[in-house]
Design a protein around this ligand. Sequence first.
Ligand SMILES: [Cu+2]
Length: 250
Amino acid sequence: MLDWWLPENVSTYGQEIDWLFHLIYYITGVTFVLVFVTMLVFLVMYRDRPGRRARYTHGNTTLEIVWTVVPALILVILTILSVPAWSKIKMTMPETDFVVQVTAKQFNWQVTYPGPDGQFGTADDKTLLDEMHVPVNKVVRVILKSQDVIHSFFVPQFRMKQDAVPGREIRQWFEVVKPGRYEWPCAELCGFGHSGMRGWIYVHTPDEYGKWAAQNLTAEAAPAGAEPKPEGTKAETTKAEPKKEGKAKK
Ligand SMILES: [Cu+2]
């Protein structure tokens, strides 16, 4: 019913997030209306009138216990209800052979593919700047790192948000069910250029992805300027060569 105001959900676990979001929305919405209606009624009922004296009150213990216990119970219930979504999205890692490394820095996303040998940290790694290409209906594992400050990997349509923390390698995953081009902003105020820190995630059909990978991830596809990185130093990042491939997608 509230689906019109959230970005379209294209991820396998988005439903579970949306359901909780809507539940919390209704609970807070109803509370908001009740509080305001009560306040307005009291404003009228207890307005100043000739001959009416103010009365001092010490409060009502029963009422205070009730309005403390009820919200506390609601929070406990919401916690219990969100456990399945949390454990599915954050605590479990589905098996997959598709792994990319994302290193956030002020103010870009650096996306590294392991290259034909399937290993990170080798000469055939390919690094793109501010774009990621993945196949549809495939579990994508992201190894998330930060080079400087805290950033946040956020793709609204995937219902995925995760901080990138310096010094940590955080593993996350997503699986998208609809091909397209999705905006990928940084959702953590990370410095002067934060508002310009965004990339695009291109979700391809398996055929299209195969073609893109053949053009961009094979040994021959080395974009000019992408030198193999020496051990332990940062790779030079280059804009992915055939921009047209992704740009054409909608
Ligand atoms: Cu950032």
